[in-house]
Design a binder for this molecule. Structure first.
Ligand SMILES: [Zn+2]
Length: 384
């Protein structure tokens, strides 16, 4: 499934290929986020021109709507959503953080108890409340795998608990060990389903990544990396980052586990998508990165550009662009920069015209793919 084509002599950075039944992913690579089966505002036919190789769909949201049985009826998410490319699905573990740790309760010591009405975590699994209609949604490791099999993405994530930032040592240890026990249940469930009769319409090969947790504690991170790497899985992911920690803490958490990542399996970093972070983190052996940032920022009129600083960004809604004839970036070959001025983009955002969301998202994704092309080129030429 994974071939390393070249290892850097200066760091742990590597060039590789992840092979799936929907095509290959050249790594290091961005994994743009298509939460509900769509990269917001971008039709699938444009993804090739943008350079996107793979996308990340969200199991919690697709279970909530349209429901995984609907997706299975259509032969899986690739066919249902018209996405003919490798896809990854998450496990709903991140929602333990994002739905459970909303701003009002942030900083509290425990997930459990009355203060977090959205969910309950037990050894069995997690009980969510749908943010859409208030219905209860249960996730266990087994249900997460079952649902991900019905979605049919090429790569699944094991069910984990994304631990909130600020959790103390004792809580982090308990939650990390629970995530390990959940991983074993995910591995067995995947094995069981592989040989069951309930697999029609689902893709041939579905891979499973185990998720490393351990919060901000070095010994827990290393223990988690060792445990996860030793299981019968196809790849590893580092989770529990991008939950409010500083850039230094993020780098430390990845560096701690770097030496324990399997040499022959792909490594994914969950939820990290700042270009300046990515340039550093590929040096620790990370192959793929997913992040909502390029698409989410674009919809708010924030676009990436090297104007001013290498990883700069500008706000298209600012009045100073009203008469600006230049594109977002002079050297960008994307459809947006080749055809539209900052003035027109500013106008679209001020008037909330739908084309604005498309053009800004197109540029941000294209810009990010160039960053990864640059990184791959640097590893290729030994300058990394
Ligand atoms: Zn552009």
């Amino acid at each position: 499934m994974f071939r390393v084509l070249k290892r850097s002599k200066k760091s742990k950075a590597r060039l590789g290929i992840i092979q799936t039944s929907h095509g290959n992913i050249r790594t290091p690579s961005l994994v743009p986020v298509a939460t509900k089966g769509t990269l917001k505002s971008i039709p699938p036919k444009d993804l090739k021109d943008i350079g996107a190789q793979v996308a990340f769909v969200n199991t919690f949201h697709l279970t909530d709507h349209p429901g995984v049985d609907v997706i299975k009826k259509f032969g899986g998410i690739h066919k249902y959503a018209g996405l003919d490319m490798p896809l990854m699905s998450d496990s709903a573990g991140f929602q333990v953080f994002s739905l459970g740790r909303g701003k009002p309760t942030r900083g509290a010591k425990t997930h459990q108890g009355d203060e977090v009405p959205l969910l309950k975590i037990s050894e069995e699994g997690v009980l969510f409340r749908s943010p859409r209609n208030g219905k209860e949604i249960a996730f266990t490791p087994e249900l997460s795998i079952k649902n991900q099999q019905k979605i049919g993405a090429d790569i699944m994530m094991a069910f984990d608990e994304c631990i909130y930032y600020g959790a103390d040592y004792e809580y982090t240890k308990q939650a990390t060990e629970r995530t390990h026990r959940w991983l074993l249940r995910c591995v067995s469930e995947k094995r069981l389903l592989k040989y069951s009769h309930d697999r029609e319409n689902i893709i041939d090969e579905q891979y499973l990544y185990g998720i490393i947790q351990g919060g901000i504690f070095k010994d827990l991170r290393i223990a988690s990396a060792k445990f996860v790497a030793a299981q019968d899985i196809d790849g590893v992911a580092i989770g529990g980052v991008s939950v409010g920690e500083t850039k230094r803490e993020l780098r430390k958490q990845v560096r701690w586990v770097s030496s324990y990542l399997p040499e022959d399996k792909p490594a994914h970093l969950l939820g990290v998508g700042r270009a300046e972070d990515i340039y550093d983190l590929v040096k620790y052996g990370i192959d793929t990165f997913d992040c909502v940032e390029p698409t989410r920022l674009a919809r708010n009129g924030i676009v990436f550009t090297a104007r001013g600083s290498k990883f700069g960004r500008i706000d298209l809604t600012r009045t100073k662009y009203r008469r600006d004839k230049s594109p977002i970036e002079e050297n960008c070959n994307c459809y947006t920069c080749q055809n539209f001025s900052l003035s027109f983009l500013h106008h679209l955002f001020k008037e909330r015209e739908l084309l604005g969301y498309y053009l800004a998202t197109y540029h941000n994704l294209f810009w990010f793919e160039k960053i990864f092309e640059d990184i791959r080129g640097k590893i290729e030429t030994n300058s990394y």
